[in-house]
Design a protein around this ligand. Structure first.
Ligand code: SF4
Length: 49
């Protein structure tokens, strides 16, 4: 069993406070798509086996 965290900027909070600019922190201007998230999960699962 494994937990695979995927950080999705501002998915839970739509605010954009200067001290918590998740787009700046992650370097991602848009959140990953479901397909991109699935690809990340597949890659991590392969590395675990
Ligand atoms: S600090 Fe601002 S942007 Fe960050 S979670 Fe709180 S309200 Fe949202």
């Amino acid at each position: 069993m494994a937990n695979i965290p995927i950080f999705i900027p501002h998915a839970g909070c739509k605010n954009d406070c200067a001290f918590c600019n998740q787009k700046s922190i992650t370097g991602q201007l848009v959140p990953p798509t479901m397909a991109e998230s699935a690809k990340i999960i597949e890659e991590i699962l392969q590395s675990l086996t």
